[in-house]
Ligand binder design. Structure first.
Ligand code: ATP
Ligand code: MG
Ligand code: MG
Length: 547
């Protein structure tokens, strides 16, 4: 049975199909190539593409590249990669708003001829001032009633490059006293003598988003143009443009609340700042909420899509707890990835009664929750490493791990007992433990003579593989008092002397594992070399998310 998660957009679409408003569904994902995509965009990608899939429709990928000053081809490529990685395919439906520049220009001429647009010589500041406020009506520009001929002449000369940046704009002639500020003669075109990454020097006037977007949608035959809530009061303008140009089968704009996640920032501008100030190691730093950062961290497309589905699509704003995102990746990896033993902070253990030179290959299940994943052989020998935190010389009452005179089980192997603590003579630091083992206690032998409360993971010293492990904390700390989240100065911890069981020797960048008792880890795609594996902790095992 398929669970239903709230999605009011699907309700609208179903009603439209039922009532014959549309006989098909065609959506689009329209990123501006001015940065790398983040988790909020993943939600939009998922919503646009999976909605089309659900109704046997189509979804376009369209680059909304009408603002040449901030855009770059690097971003175009990263966006394509991210959409594909999430598992969506635009097939032959890749579009650029910039490829409509000719048509957009022709439609502007049409609007001028209809008396629906005029060239304004007011400066940007004056336009703002004349626009008025929510409580104060706007004032008409003295240039508003130019003749069609004069407007045509000026607009063509704007296009021909006769005027400097900022000297004139083309505006829609709507209503300077509209209660909706977006309808007070919005700007449709501005002059910018800036080359564009697809059209080069061809244009020195560029269309505004509110003008280019509805036309792009209409030209592509989009039925449902899904966007975020901040565009809600742009919808009358969207409809105005469509109506004045006279498109048949007009697209319908539907707004939903953007995805926001606690401890994450979803604004390209703020993320760019982190990159430019070198606070993080690029857009794909594993701490970044970008799709490329989440990918490098070890998140899977399945987990992200599951997260998008289960957080629902609503009209009202809310913030999703990051613990729920972490829950989704744990759930996805739980049955898929092998579990291995990794000692992050090693303490040497010598088993004094275990024969020198002897090696036992111990069978350990690869995933107790998924027996189909089988077992592997792990070498056990006289000298091992355990986790430094798993030993306490002077433990509190409820410490069930190792301490002097106490016994614990080594996972899959034997009981060991700590007999002696060896310290550095100068510093007093514990450098090794001398233990004995009881051969009768071997796992699987049915031994039930006595019980121990703790089971520790371990790695054979001669067989373990050295690796670097990177532990992450949130990039942003939520402000308890409800203010802006603050940057966390301690979001990265590098452990460079970790020892991991030899079964991971052939791990490739991107491979994922559960390290017993530590969480899920992914081989880093950037820093891993032939000589050294570098792991990112995707998420710890413990969940703070409550169902
Ligand atoms: P930012 O505000 O981070 O710069 P943007 O909205 O300007 O993002 P675009 O490239 O214009 O970025 O966004 C492409 C699409 O992704 C738009 O349809 C936008 O509504 C949607 N989108 C952006 N952020 C979110 C979010 N947090 N949740 C859901 N959808 C989003
Ligand atoms: Mg934008
Ligand atoms: Mg934005």
């Amino acid at each position: 049975m398929e669970m239903e998660f709230s999605n009011f957009i699907h309700d609208i679409i179903e009603k439209d199909l039922e009532e014959g408003v549309y006989d098909r569904v065609h959506t689009r994902f329209p990123p501006e190539p001015n940065g790398y995509l983040h988790i909020g965009h993943a939600k939009a990608i998922w919503l646009d593409f999976s909605t089309a899939e659900k109704y046997n429709g189509l979804c376009n990928l369209r680059f909304d590249d009408t603002n040449p000053t901030k855009e770059d081809i690097e971003y175009v490529e990263s966006i394509k990669e991210d959409v594909r990685w999430l598992g969506f395919d635009w097939e032959d439906r890749l579009y650029y708003a910039s490829s409509y520049f000719d048509q957009l220009y022709e439609f502007a001429i049409q609007l001028i001829k209809q008396g629906d647009a005029y060239v304004d010589d007011l400066s940007a500041d004056e336009i703002r001032e004349y626009r008025g406020t929510l409580t104060e009506p706007g004032k008409e520009s003295p240039y508003r009633n130019r003749s069609v001929e004069e407007n045509l002449d000026l607009f063509i000369r704007m296009k021909n490059g006769e005027f400097p940046d900022g000297s004139r704009v083309l505006r829609a002639k709507i209503d300077m006293s509209s209660p909706n500020l977006n309808m007070r003669d919005p700007v449709l075109y501005r002059i910018a003598h800036v080359p564009h990454h697809t059209t080069g020097d061809k244009w020195c006037i560029y269309p505004m988003y509110d003008y280019a977007h509805p036309i792009s949608d209409a030209l592509e035959g989009i039925t449902h143009s899904i966007c975020t809530l901040e565009f809600e009061d742009h919808r009358p303008l969207y409809n105005w443009v469509i109506e004045k140009i006279g498109f048949k089968n007009p697209p319908k704009q539907i707004e939903f609340a953007r995805l926001e996640v606690s401890n994450m920032v979803t604004s390209k501008r703020k993320l760019r700042q982190l990159v430019e100030e070198n606070f993080v190691d690029g857009w794909d730093d594993p701490r970044m909420p970008t799709i490329s950062g989440l990918r490098r961290r070890g998140y899977t497309p399945e987990a992200l899509k599951d997260f998008c589905l289960k957080t629902g699509v609503a009209k009202s704003k809310s913030i999703v707890d990051i613990a729920f995102l972490e829950h989704c990746i744990r759930e996805d990896l739980k049955l898929k990835e092998p579990r291995v033993m990794a000692v992050l902070n090693p303490l040497k253990v010598v088993i004094t009664n275990y024969p020198e030179g002897q090696i036992e290959m111990i069978d350990i299940e690869n995933n107790p929750e998924n027996p189909e994943m089988g077992t592997r052989k792990v070498p056990f020998s006289r000298v091992l490493y355990i986790e430094r935190d798993d030993f306490m010389e002077d433990p509190p009452k409820k410490f069930f791990r190792l301490s002097p005179g106490k016994e614990v089980r080594l996972k899959g192997a034997y009981f060991i007992k700590c007999e002696e603590v060896i310290k550095d003579e100068k510093t007093g630091e514990i450098i090794e433990l001398h233990c004995t083992y009881d051969p009768a206690t071997k796992s699987g032998s049915g031994f039930d003579g006595r019980k121990v409360k703790g089971t520790l993971h371990w790695v054979s010293a001669d067989h373990g593989i050295n690796a670097e492990v990177r532990l992450y904390d949130y990039l942003y700390i939520e402000d308890e008092a409800g203010g802006e989240p603050k940057l966390n100065p301690n979001s990265l911890e590098i452990l460079s002397n970790c020892i991991i069981e030899p079964s991971i020797a052939d791990a490739k960048p991107g491979d994922k594992f559960q390290f017993l008792r530590h969480g899920y880890f992914c081989v880093d795609t950037k820093y891993t070399t032939k000589e050294k594996l570098v792991f990112n902790r995707i998420v710890s095992l413990r969940s703070s998310w409550k169902n």
